[in-house]
Design a protein around this ligand. Structure first.
Ligand code: GRG
Length: 297
């Protein structure tokens, strides 16, 4: 892959066909999978998401000197987990959203039971893909462990649990950051780490990519809160103004819009600074960081 990537759209289009082909393959279950469940899985997974997490996997692998094609199973696996989390997050028991990625959310298009099971099927498939398709076996095992931790009770699931518990309460900036580091940041960090592990990156490279991911994750969430406050439903693909309606603690509510923007921008600068040893070959990761700050969707 060329490192000359001036925009997110350019980077995304370099990898789009390969990512989408994997997602179709990984979400086609064959005999034994009920038709309605199969349709619900693909309704959500193949909807037009940004594929940010797969792009982080592939760009991390590439900057660490590996052919991004080798990291494709991990790129697919993180998107499977991410989509499961969106399906479950949209359920009436959680955020109760009837629109996602510009389509009716999974439970709205099908039913709650089918949506829960579609999420379960995506979650389990992710680990099947890593274990079956990554080589050598020790790298596959390490990737399974890292992804399980990032998606599990001390990271994404734990962050989601704390986020639900915090609804309607006044919290501090530290509490808000701790929730989002786990709920949103952990999946971005692990995407980068899987790419690096597959590339057999050294410890310094892995820790630089993790630090980049940590700052990127927090900036991503600040921008997500800003989009919910002042973004457009048509561009984002889901209803805006939901956070305030639900009494959620958000960065704009706590810091104001201008300070939230300033913080997001400082975090992106810090994330990009972590990439300096790689020079121009880090261009895709710089592009992704800039996109996170400027995105309207
Ligand atoms: C239900 C276990 C469980 C976890 C839910 C990730 C998550 C935790 C909830 C999603 C709700 C949400 C809107 C979180 C804010 C940040 C976020 C993950 C936004 C969606 O990610 P994008 O913008 O979505 O990358 P696309 O559709 O482009 O993939």
């Amino acid at each position: 892959m060329s490192t000359i990537v001036a925009s997110f759209d350019q980077l995304a289009s370099l990898h789009r066909d390969a990512i989408e082909e994997r997602l179709v393959r990984y979400s086609t279950f064959g005999p034994g999978c009920p038709e309605r469940l199969q349709a619900a899985i693909q309704h959500s997974l193949l909807a037009p998401g940004k594929r940010l997490r797969p792009l982080l996997v592939l760009s991390a692998a590439q900057v660490c000197g590996c052919d991004p094609r080798e990291a494709m199973p991990a790129a697919g696996a993180v998107e499977l987990i991410h989509t499961y989390s969106l399906i479950h997050d949209d359920l009436p028991a959680m955020d109760d959203d009837d629109m996602r990625r510009g389509r009716p959310s999974c439970h709205a298009a099908f039913d709650e039971g089918t949506a829960i099971l579609a999420g379960d099927a995506l979650l389990t498939r992710a680990f099947e893909v890593l274990a079956a398709e990554l080589r050598p076996a020790d790298v596959a095992a390490q990737c399974c462990v890292e992804l399980a931790r990032a998606a599990g009770a001390t990271a994404m699931v734990g962050g989601q649990s704390d986020d639900l518990a915090a609804e309607g309460k006044i919290g501090s900036l530290e509490e808000l950051e701790a929730i989002h580091h786990r709920k949103t940041g952990a999946m971005l960090i692990v995407s980068l780490r899987l790419g690096a592990l597959i590339a057999r990156a050294d410890n310094d490279q892995v820790s630089r990519l993790s630090a980049y991911g940590r700052d990127l994750g927090l900036a991503f969430q600040i921008v997500d809160d800003l989009l919910d406050t002042c973004g457009e439903t048509a561009a984002i693909g889901k209803k805006t103004g939901q956070d305030q309606e639900r009494g959620k603690l958000t960065f704009p509510a706590l810091l104001g819009e201008a300070e939230s923007r300033r913080r997001a921008s400082a975090l992106i600068d810090a994330a990009i600074a972590q990439l300096s040893p790689w020079g121009p070959s880090a261009a895709p990761l710089i592009t992704l960081a800039q996109f996170v700050l400027q995105r309207k969707r």
